[in-house]
Write a protein that binds this ligand. Structure first.
Ligand SMILES: Cc1cc2nc3c(=O)[nH]c(=O)nc-3n(C[C@H](O)[C@H](O)[C@H](O)COP(=O)(O)OP(=O)(O)OC[C@H]3O[C@@H](n4cnc5c(N)ncnc54)[C@H](O)[C@@H]3O)c2cc1C
Length: 428
């Protein structure tokens, strides 16, 4: 079955994934004499760096997501189809999707990364991931519901389990979540649940490395850990999860923590669509050359988190970060134009690393930028300014700014609503 897409004599560039890479590439091809077909299983782009704020009731979901069709309003060579791509068929120059086959002249894989539980089935079954907007909304509901249950239960052990949160993974996401949970404990939940003894709420952060934020300098790691410990987070380093049965989590250092809530912020792996041969996959990502081309194909490229560009400088590929995805997309747009002009002048990718930032807690962040290292409130202002600038859409920027200012002045987050949408089928 072929999909309803206008027939064209222009070359068709099919992009799978409306994340940072896919969106940037489609935008950069706006004036190219091609038909751009963007496919995503969702109808929106998600700004993943702020997912933790949705999970902890700091922002509403629609202020970190933006409709794809709105982003491309007025771009004449652009077509969007909401569909899941199920299989690549390189020999037929088409992709099989949930709505039918779509043919391409050039194909770009920008499918991002998914959660990796490293084969731990019990953890996968009971832990909550934090990778998509749906995950973040589920996490928020689950946290708020646990406090409602904690009020109801007469069992002290169960109450403690419901009020104990164990976050696995001490990278930026784990650090940000721990800090935000402490903020909920200190400034928000005491107003909502005066019946509960919130001193009993525990936040544990577990990492297998010997320090948090391993991608940053030891100074930033130390600053983050000191801030979190000061605010009551129990940090467990050099420790791995052994098991989680929904009631208690066991760590490799012998520690057993009774809890209902394990949040998985530890591992990611590329989202690889079936259809490529084994040689194209390395370390759970799609192998690409310096031009983001998949080896063995002249017409298939991969960008962003799913792409692994191995070089002497990057033996495990580039870090899975939004700026890498964006920069690769901009360069690929330029190279695709050269390819379509039949010019041999392709430019190899070189990552321009402007630095990294991570927020640690209430108005405290660590920043390592190309012009210096910062910690504390100044770093948090930089973090907030950068995220406001990069959020898609004026409304989203405004809403995020108002929410942050409100919670800064009022020590309150007004988004503690539990919504469980009912599917069309559940009405029957
Ligand atoms: C919680 C969290 C916090 C983060 N914080 C930061 C940060 O502070 N700074 C930073 O630089 N980076 C951060 N990142 C990483 C950053 O978000 C990624 O590097 C970036 O999103 C990668 O862009 P991408 O386009 O490769 O993939 P994505 O943005 O993940 O987009 C992939 C798209 O592909 C679609 N897709 C996947 N499979 C299919 C399929 N089969 N069919 C159709 N569509 C499909 C998905 O729906 C999605 O829209 C964070 C990530 C997470 C999860």
């Amino acid at each position: 079955m072929a999909v309803n897409i206008p027939v064209t004599s222009k070359p068709r560039i099919v992009i799978i994934g409306a994340g940072f890479a896919g969106i940037e590439l489609a935008k950069a091809l706006a004036s190219a004499d091609v038909q751009v077909v963007l496919i995503d299983k969702n109808n929106h782009h998600t700004f993943q760096p702020l997912l933790y704020q949705v999970a902890t009731a700091g922002l509403e979901p629609d202020s970190i997501a933006y409709p794809v069709r709105e982003i491309f309003r007025g771009q004449e060579n652009f077509i969007f189809r909401m569909a899941e791509v199920l299989e690549l068929k390189p020999e037929l120059h088409c992709v099989a999707t949930s709505i039918g086959d779509i043919a391409y002249d050039q194909l770009v894989l920008a499918t991002g990364a998914g959660t990796n539980f490293f084969g731990m089935k019990d953890v996968e079954q009971f832990a909550l991931p934090m990778k998509t907007l749906a995950d973040a909304m589920e996490l928020k509901n689950s946290i708020l519901e646990d406090f409602e249950r904690a009020v109801l239960t007469t069992s002290l052990e169960e109450r403690d389990r419901l009020m104990t949160f164990v976050i696995i993974g001490g990278g930026p996401t784990g650090v940000e979540l721990s800090g935000a949970l402490c903020e909920l404990k200190q400034v928000v939940l005491p107003h909502d649940h005066p019946e509960l003894d919130l001193k009993k709420m525990q936040v544990h952060l577990v990492d297998m490395e010997d320090r948090l934020l391993k991608g940053m300098s030891p100074g930033s790691s130390h600053s983050a850990q000191a801030f979190l410990s000061e605010h009551g987070v129990n940090v467990w380093l050099n420790a791995r999860v052994i098991s989680f049965d929904g009631m208690k989590v066991e760590l490799s250092n012998g520690k057993v923590i009774p809890t209902r809530n394990v949040i998985w912020a530890a591992g990611v792996t590329g989202v690889i669509i079936p259809g490529l041969n084994k040689e194209c996959v390395i370390g759970g990502r799609v192998r690409v050359d310096a031009y983001n081309r998949v080896p063995g194909f002249n017409d298939i490229f991969a960008l962003g988190d799913v792409a692994c560009m191995v070089s002497e400088k990057t033996p495990k590929g580039h870090p899975m970060l939004a700026p890498v995805a964006i920069q690769q997309a901009r360069l690929l747009a330029r190279n695709l134009r050269s390819i379509l002009r039949k010019s041999e002048e392709l430019k190899a990718f070189s990552y321009n690393d402007l630095g990294v930032l991570a927020t640690v807690g209430r108005h405290h962040a660590v920043a390592e930028l190309f012009f210096g290292k910062f910690r504390g409130f100044l770093a948090w202002i930089m973090w907030a300014a950068l995220h406001l600038m990069t959020l898609v859409g004026f409304r989203n920027k405004l809403v995020a700014m108002i929410n942050w200012t409100w919670s800064y002045l009022r020590y309150d987050s007004g988004l503690r609503l539990i919504f469980r949408p009912r599917s069309r089928h559940s009405r029957a």
